[in-house]
Design a protein around this ligand. Sequence first.
Ligand code: HEM
Length: 266
Amino acid sequence: MCVEAAPKSKCGGKSNCGCGWHGHAKTAALNPRIIRTIKFGEEAGHQCSCSGGGRCPREYLAPTGYVLGGFLILHLVVNSLALWPGKFQSAVNRVHSLGVLLPILEIGLIAVLIIHIAVGLRLMRRDKLNFITGDHFHGSPMRQWLQRVTALIMLAFILFHVITLHRWFGGRFDPNNAFSSASHAIWQFWHGQPTGSFPNLLFAQFYLLGIVASVYHLTNGVATGAEVLGWVKTPAAQERFWRICVIASPALLLAGLTAWYALAVR
Ligand code: HEM
């Protein structure tokens, strides 16, 4: 069995942790060319020295996931201000007053997201959405399965969300008219159809699904990421931290649902 609670594994055989990528150089950098060469298939075998020589792809997923999580929390909290359109507009103005720093931050965030998605998809290529039982460090088989299902929902949602809203892609969000442009993009996506019509409701429900999936993915990811990074080592500490994450998650869900409700054309 591969013991991978901390990155320094002490396993005696084939990896059972779900990543399939032990044996690569400890010095591997966050380099897309290296990520592309990762062998996740069975042929990759388990070549780690079992004394901490291998670097697990989850060591990339965890820190990039934490950065994305910080953004997600900020994004949902700012959007929940839509309950008060004036405050929402002020918050958007403050973000856009960052000037040239804003596109730099956006490009950085997109780069982090691309690395996370590339490593995540490589991990999932081997096991697909199979329910993996046995000992591994993903919390539990069900938690890991849901982590992967929510990852795919988020992938579809983030692509749709960014392409239809962001100014770089000619999206509909207008920073000078924050409330009504966001509201129309979500609740009246289908032009010419009234709010609440079936096609428009479908798009609004897709947003709901995206918010719920993101909150789960982040809640579970923070808990398992802390295990990967070796911050919580004993099973008791891991269980305690998982509970803390679960207790904290309704606050984030509430922020997301508040934004979704507030932007409903009233
Ligand atoms: C705002 C967006 C996202 C955030 C905040 C986020 C956060 C996280 C965190 C914190 C982890 C835990 C790392 C670990 O336990 O090893 C994780 C794992 C993962 N993420 Fe994400 N993620 C996001 C988007 C995505 C997307 C779009 C995908 C699509 C491929 C994805 C795929 C995965 C996969 C496959 C895992 C690991 C599952 C496993 O080890 O079985 N994530 N994510």
